[in-house]
Design a protein around this ligand. Structure first.
Ligand SMILES: *Cc1c(COP(=O)(O)O)cnc(C)c1O
Length: 372
């Protein structure tokens, strides 16, 4: 089955008790036990599993071509669970350009517990090679990365990790399962903030980890999910599943607009640079063509000037909303440096632009009047 079809049918199906074509919301924390002590429908207690989470997990596992998925209450909770599988003395290689909330978790929560991190520029594979150690357990890549939209060659990193005990985990939030299939390229696991393009309507937080294979670390992820309980509610799973049904079409429409807008922005006198792999001038353009089937709908651009000039542009916009996050129907713009932590590598004149589903002409008109 193609992804368009999987997004609508995987894990779902007609409800047996009502014939409803949409999967019902099962708001129950607990499930009746049979007289012989078994649980006729597998479910015991909603933290362990529930019908809505299972449906979402099956759908996302299918979309990423994995064998299983575990869903969480946010993308950060998914990453936290992955890191909680480590023990003191374990080593992790992570990107130097990464969603800043995740590097904060690594630096402020997990490093003090004795987990070792190296943050490296993964656009150069040599950096991954030279930082691999005998205690490296995870290599985490985020491609495209947030917010500088740099790319990592997944196949090349997988070739390195496959020679070792380390697992390669790719954050596929920005690419989406529509434009990139990291497991096919050799990654061991994929991580998502379903908050963004998968749920797609800026109305629900969520996270997911999908695995290509069974292994001890996957077992431990499932154990921590069930015992730790950083899980989404049945309603949140239902919203994400409702959102994912239209994901393939949403992201393609957004990408079509992003390509037009990136090109026009790159020719604008007030713009110093557009960071978007769909532009032929982008250093990652060739790699994007090789490992992705589209360029996505998230870009950043550098306004000529400083932070004040960049913020002034966002203040003049009338349609594009100043807000964090991305992947929803509304176009959003954000001055990233002022929300990220001390030591962020984000240029002060960078604006991250999430292209939504509004008409591309209206978006361009708004950008042009704001840029002057
Ligand atoms: C937003 C984001 C996350 C974190 O997800 P939350 O749901 O906000 O916790 C992780 N990775 C990337 C690439 C993100 O953009």
């Amino acid at each position: 089955m193609k992804k368009e079809t999987k997004a609508i049918h995987s894990g779902q199906g007609i409800d047996a008790s009502s014939s409803a074509i949409n999967f019902p919301i099962y708001m129950s924390t607990t499930f009746e036990r049979h007289v012989d002590g078994t649980y006729p429908n597998e479910h015991v207690y909603s933290r362990y599993s529930n019908p809505n989470r299972l449906a979402l997990e099956r759908c996302l596992a299918d979309l990423e071509g994995g064998i299983a998925c575990a869903c969480f209450s946010s993308g950060s909770a998914a990453m936290m669970t992955l890191l909680q599988t480590l023990v003191p003395g374990d080593h992790v290689i992570a990107p130097d350009i990464i969603y800043f909330g995740l590097s904060e978790l690594m630096k402020k929560v997990f490093a003090p517990l004795g987990i070792e991190f190296d943050f490296v520029d993964m656009s150069d594979i040599e950096n991954v090679k030279t930082h691999m150690k005998s205690n490296t357990k995870l290599v985490i890549a985020e491609t495209p990365s947030n917010p500088q939209i740099t790319l990592t060659d997944i196949k090349a990193v997988a070739a390195i990790t496959n020679e070792t005990d380390a697992l390669l985990v790719v954050d596929n939030t920005i690419a989406t399962p529509v434009f990139q299939s990291p497991l096919e390229l050799g990654a061991d696991m994929v991580i998502h903030a379903t908050t963004k393009y998968i749920a797609g309507h800026s109305d629900v937080l969520g996270g997911a980890i999908i695995t290509a294979n069974e292994h001890d670390r996957w077992e431990k992820i499932g154990y921590i999910q069930r015992m730790g309980g950083a899980v989404p509610s049945p309603f949140e799973c239902w919203l994400a599943l409702r959102g994912v049904q239209t994901m393939t079409h949403r992201v393609r429409a957004m990408e079509a607009s992003a390509l037009v807008l990136a090109k026009q922005l790159s020719e604008h006198a007030s713009v110093a640079e557009v960071l978007y792999p769909g532009l032929e001038s982008n250093p990652s353009h060739a790699l994007a063509k090789k490992q992705m089937t589209g360029y996505g709908a998230l870009m950043s651009f550098l306004v000529k000037g400083d932070a004040t000039t960049a913020i002034a542009v966002t203040n003049k916009l009338k349609l594009i909303t100043r807000a964090t996050s991305f992947g929803g129907t509304h176009s959003l713009i954000e001055h990233r440096a002022s929300i990220e932590a001390e030591g962020s590598l984000t240029p002060k004149n960078l604006l991250r632009f999430s292209v939504g589903l509004e008409h591309v002409d209206d978006l361009m008109e708004d950008l042009l009047q704001a840029l002057g």
